[in-house]
Design a protein around this ligand. Structure first.
Ligand code: FAD
Ligand code: UDP
Length: 366
């Protein structure tokens, strides 16, 4: 008899969802996390009563009722609706692309006028869009592409829009109504009390070890359980035997300011190419904070190198092919389960991560 049913590598949302549902079924879990705190990218740090999203701003949104009911059974959500603003060289535009954006860009007042302008501008694209640039122009025309998409995207991904897959830009809604809600989903909000409340509820009942890299201590931890769930990167699990998968990383520069309200909104995107950061987050606005001070974070994109956090998979053809080779190795493992944004190399939002964990639970625990 081993001490644990599952050793769970990582303590993000995928690991947490699995751990919670396994614990409910009386499975004993040990969680190994290489960072010094649990929660993966959701972890928040308290600064003067403000929950600072340490690994990037997170807004929960979903149309999946099962996922929404699951998270709400663990924590209550507030009514926060993400409505970021774009700053292009001092010009302010509403996001996502909607009638407010079109009105500011062209002075047009009606959906018909906006559609006419976009139809005219998108004529430069012939045939089915082959990459992010063509997809963006087909959706919103050349003016918005140049001011609000090209610079931001090339900073964010460190690659030309022509070399990026079109699905990235399809994440953003395009609306011919006056509506600045960034997401189309049915449900949206921020956990009341911050994401750590959700995280702590998910891992209740588990043994937890932080500051431990599983890949440097495999023998020890593999011997402790019947099965292992691994939510880190697949290339590191296999010691990069076929070479590195590419990731985008981020550097966060966080500052406490002696003023109450710095930018009037939680997220401002800097969409020109020259400003080195992509966005400034003012954390208190996610929870309608009334503190005297405020905390802001500038987000600088960077190419991933060993020792940095791999935040975004680069899902181009080259990387996808390399990932598929690693996936063939993973599919042959009998004792090890894999899941989450890193191990699946997918640009998943939080709700998709939970849904993916539900699927694993269905296969593994039922
Ligand atoms: P992670 O949260 O990455 O957890 C993996 C954990 O495993 C990490 O804690 C890591 O340290 C640990 N780990 C890795 N390797 C090892 C190892 N070898 N040994 C031990 N531990 C290891 N989604 C939304 O829905 N809304 C948003 O607004 C949103 N904003 C985002 C903003 C940013 C900047 C980023 C990067 C992502 C955002 N996301 C958002 C996506 C969201 O972060 C992910 O969908 C979700 O956190 C992924 O959960 P996960 O458990 O798969 O991975
Ligand atoms: N994007 C853009 N301009 C913006 C915001 C987003 O061009 O002001 C593009 C960019 O390519 C980005 C993609 O849309 O990578 C997806 O944006 P999202 O806000 O979903 O990115 P995330 O929050 O995951 O970083």
């Amino acid at each position: 008899m081993k001490k644990y049913d599952y050793v769970i590598v990582g303590s993000g949302l995928f690991a947490g969802t699995f751990a919670y549902l396994a614990t409910q079924k009386d499975k004993k879990c040990l969680v190994i996390e290489k960072r010094n705190e649990i929660g993966g990218n959701l972890y928040c740090e308290d600064m003067e009563g403000i929950h600072v999203h340490k690994y990037g701003a997170h807004i929960f949104h979903t149309s999946n009722k099962k996922v929404w009911d699951f998270v709400n059974s663990l924590v209550e959500f507030n009514r926060y609706t993400n409505s970021p603003v774009a700053n292009y060289k001092g010009e302010i535009y509403n996001l996502p692309f909607n009638m407010n954006t079109f009105n500011k860009m062209w002075g047009c007042e009606t959906p018909a006028e906006a559609k006419k302008i976009i139809e005219e501008q998108k004529k430069v694209i012939k045939g089915y869009p082959q990459n992010l640039e063509e997809q963006a122009i087909s959706l919103v025309g050349t003016d918005i592409y140049k001011k609000l998409i090209k610079g931001y995207t090339e900073k964010q991904w460190g690659r030309e829009c022509k070399d990026l897959p079109s699905f990235i830009i399809k994440r953003l809604p395009v609306r011919y109504i006056y509506d600045n809600n960034y997401f189309d989903d049915k449900y949206q909000g921020i956990p009341i009390g911050g994401y750590n409340v959700l995280i702590n509820a998910l891992f209740e009942g588990c043994d937890i070890e932080t500051g431990v890299d599983f890949n440097k201590n495999r023998e020890k931890y593999m011997g402790l359980s019947e099965k292992v769930l691994y939510t880190g990167t697949l290339d590191s699990f296999y010691d990069y035997c076929y070479g590195n998968l590419e990731y985008r990383s981020l550097k966060f520069e966080t500052e406490m300011l002696d003023e109450e309200n710095y930018q009037g909104v939680a997220v401002v995107n800097y969409t020109d190419r020259e400003t080195p950061y992509t966005r400034i987050i003012e954390h208190k606005h996610f929870e309608y904070g009334k503190q005297e001070k405020t905390v802001i974070t500038r987000e600088y994109p960077a190419e991933w190198e060993e020792g940095m956090e791999p935040y975004y998979p680069v899902n181009d053809e080259k990387n996808q092919m390399l990932f598929n080779r690693y996936k063939m190795l993973a599919d042959r493992e009998e004792k090890i389960l894999f899941g989450g944004r890193l191990a699946e190399y997918k640009y998943y939002d939080m709700d998709k991560v939970i849904a993916s964990a539900f699927e694993l639970v269905e296969r593994e625990l039922n």
